[in-house]
Structure formats: C-alpha cells, structure tokens
Design a protein around this ligand. Structure first.
Ligand SMILES: [Zn+2]
Length: 288
C-alpha cells in the first residue's frame, strides 16, 4: 500500500516549491486586498435545487481499504493523497473568481463528487481576478449564491482563507484571522462548518496547523496534480500518470464546465473512478 503523505517540513517545502508554479500564475497574493469586509448577504437564501435524495455522490471506501491517518502532536494531518490501491481519484476546486452556471448543472446532473475550497475575496470578486483567466464572463456574477447552488448540488464547501496570503509570512495570530475568519464567513453565508483547509499556494508551517486546529479544522488538504485550462492534467510526479488516491486541483476559471467534461471523460477512460473525499477522510479518521 502506498504510504500516506504526512509531510514533515523539509518534504513539505520541496513539495510546495514544486506546486507553486501550478498555483501561482493564477493566484498572486498581492493581487488580493487583505482585510476587506465580508458580504452582508443572508445565508438563508437558497437559489438552487434541493440535494439529491440518492445519498452523497462518488465512490465510497470499502471496508479496510484505507487505514487511520497518523498525526503528530494532535495537530491536523497534512494530506496530499489518499492511501488506497483502488483506482479512485478526488476532485477539488479552488478560489471562486469565475462562476460558470453550466458547471453547477453538470455536477448535479452527473452526480460528480467535488470539494470546493472557497476564498472570500475571489467569491466576492474583491481585488484583481485571476489574470490567467482572461476577461471572464461570470466573474463575481453570483457571489455566495453560486456556492449555495454548489452546496445544494452536493459539493462540500471548505476553507481557503479570506484574502489568499502566503501564510508562511504571517504570524500565528494573523494566520488564525485568515482561517477562522473564512470559516465564519462560510458558516454565515452557507450555514455549514468547514472541516478542511487548503493553504494558498500550498504554503504552510507549524503555526498554520496550530491556527487551523484552533479554528476547528480537521485536516489540511494539499494535492498531487493540477488541471490546466482545456482539462489537461499537470502532474507533480515524473511518470506523468494518474495514481490511485490522487487529489486533483482545479480552479474556478472560464469554460470550467467544458474543461471539466474533458477531464472527467479522461479520468474514466483511464479506468479511474471519482471518490467521495469526505467518506474517504472519515474512513481515515481525520476527525478523531
Ligand atoms: Zn488558491
């Protein structure tokens, strides 16, 4: 069985250096305005259909498929892949600059398991949107209402800070304001409590883990490959292949629905299934 990646700091730094190039062009921390006020809209306004009665989307772990996660010092574990031999991968989407309505229908109608890491300033279209995305048609169009639709389509909405800073440059208190503040906004707008946190650019340190724990976060989620415009997978591993347990990172970009269709078809053609991340994490006892 493949070893679970609970990354010690040196490995994490190397990993981060490898990953920044994938995340950074679309996400410049200085482009976002720190400390901007949150939206005052109501969490009770639901614009999408009710969740499907068929249960959560995606493949569930089989008995004994994954083992409990190891953790250090009671801090949330840092997870960049799921330790399974089964041909199952996990889809995650970050930020929220672009709000393609076709994507919500696609996720709902095809029952695709998704975890979204929402970043407040992106969702609320504050600061400068994704420069790599071009003049997007849907930037900021729906604000939190779009994420309420995603939630109603079965998407888990998790924490990706308020302003997308490089957390390694911030004090523990400042990191806590970013992480706890994000959870509070999501709770207010969506009525759900984030259990997962993804640090911007994959940059974190021990203070991040302490801050995340104090904000009620159960695990810090990194990734193993990014998905570029057009649905092309940019691997972080030399052999350029999907592996069991991979966590893929996308961004809310223009033409997401089209790119997503290409990606999901590609994953299925390679014999992989889409897993329900929350069910796998529960099997790993990350919320112990
Ligand atoms: Zn991001």
């Amino acid at each position: 069985m493949r070893a679970l990646k609970i990354l010690p700091r040196p490995a994490a730094v190397a990993c981060v250096l490898a990953l920044v190039s994938a995340c950074a062009p679309a996400e410049t921390p200085s482009a976002h305005r720190p400390g901007a006020a949150s939206s005052a809209s109501s969490p009770s306004t639901s614009t999408g259909p009710k969740p499907t009665p068929q249960g959560p989307p995606g493949e569930q772990p089989r008995a004994g498929e994954v083992r409990p996660v190891e953790r250090a010092g009671g801090l949330p574990p840092v997870i960049s892949s799921i330790p399974t031999r089964r041909k199952v991968v996990f889809l995650t989407i970050d930020d929220g600059w672009e709000q393609d309505p076709g994507f919500v229908e696609q996720v709902r109608d095809r029952r695709i398991p998704i975890t979204a890491f929402a970043m407040r300033d992106a969702v609320e279209a504050k600061g400068t949107p994704d420069p790599a995305g071009g003049p997007g048609k849907y930037v900021g169009a729906g604000k939190w209402g779009y994420f309420r639709q995603l939630r109603n389509a079965g998407v888990a909405i998790e924490n990706h800070t308020l302003t997308h800073p490089n957390l390694r440059l911030l004090s523990q208190d400042a990191q806590r304001r970013e992480i706890c503040g994000s959870s509070q906004v999501i709770r207010k707008e969506l009525g759900t409590r984030p259990a997962l946190f993804r640090p911007p650019f994959g940059n974190y340190n021990t203070d991040t883990l302490r801050a995340a724990k104090s904000c009620g976060i159960d695990a810090v989620l990194l990734w193993t490959a990014t998905v570029q415009p057009g649905g092309k997978i940019a691997y972080q591993v030399p052999d350029k292949r999907l592996r069991p347990g991979d966590i893929l990172l996308l961004h809310f970009r223009p033409n997401l629905a089209r790119d997503f269709r290409v990606l999901v078809d590609k994953i299925e053609r390679r014999g992989f299934e889409l897993g329900n991340l929350q069910a796998y994490l529960a099997a790993m006892a990350v919320d112990r």
